[in-house]
Design a binder for this molecule. Structure first.
Ligand SMILES: Cc1cc2nc3c(=O)[nH]c(=O)nc-3n(C[C@H](O)[C@H](O)[C@H](O)COP(=O)(O)O)c2cc1C
Length: 156
């Protein structure tokens, strides 16, 4: 198939780029809202952009109000998130955390994932698993696409 991208629906463009860029790592991102609710969701448009000064980046569509996902809203309001590594025993629960819950419901409770406190940031992490934390997150825009980046402040 050949077609200019602007002639395709957004879902179609998404399917094509996700098929072309595979396999992808999964960032299992935990955040805490300004109301104190722990949010948790997986993101595969994710990677690190630098290792010596470790910086990670992920994308979620730029949206307003109720259309905005909880993760970017929490990150942009608090500048904090944790990235958790998905191990095989937790793979099914990772999928469960992709559910669209109300902003006052926690995916940690919904997917029954045990959480532990992070040392330096408010969002929790997955207990007994590898992860890292970011306390300097911000949004970057390229040609209308939004990505959220942050320098790692702690590996744990
Ligand atoms: C394996 C997997 C990967 C995903 N990757 C992304 C992604 O890269 N970007 C995105 O916006 N949503 C992605 N999603 C969907 C979000 O996880 C989903 O919309 C989730 O409800 C967002 O939660 P939140 O509103 O609590 O932030 C992915 C879902 C799954 C299961």
């Amino acid at each position: 198939m050949q077609a200019p991208t602007e002639s395709l629906e957004p879902d179609e463009r998404g399917r094509i780029i996700k098929s072309a860029v595979t396999p992808r790592p999964i960032a299992w991102i935990s955040t805490t809202s300004t109301d104190g609710v722990d949010n948790f969701a997986p993101f595969t448009s994710y990677n690190y952009v630098s290792s010596a000064e470790p910086v990670v980046i992920f994308n979620t569509p730029d949206a307003e109000g109720d259309e905005q996902k909880d993760t970017p809203r929490n990150v942009l309001e608090t500048e904090e998130f944790a990235v958790n590594v998905v191990t095989e025993p937790l793979a099914q629960r990772m999928n469960t955390t992709a559910a669209s819950l109300e902003a006052d419901e926690s995916e940690f409770d919904y997917a029954e994932v045990e959480r532990a406190a992070c040392e330096t940031i408010e969002p929790p992490r997955v207990a007994d698993e590898l992860g890292c934390t970011v306390s300097t997150a911000s949004a970057l825009f390229w040609r209308g696409a939004r990505a959220i980046d942050g320098a790692l402040d702690r590996l744990q």
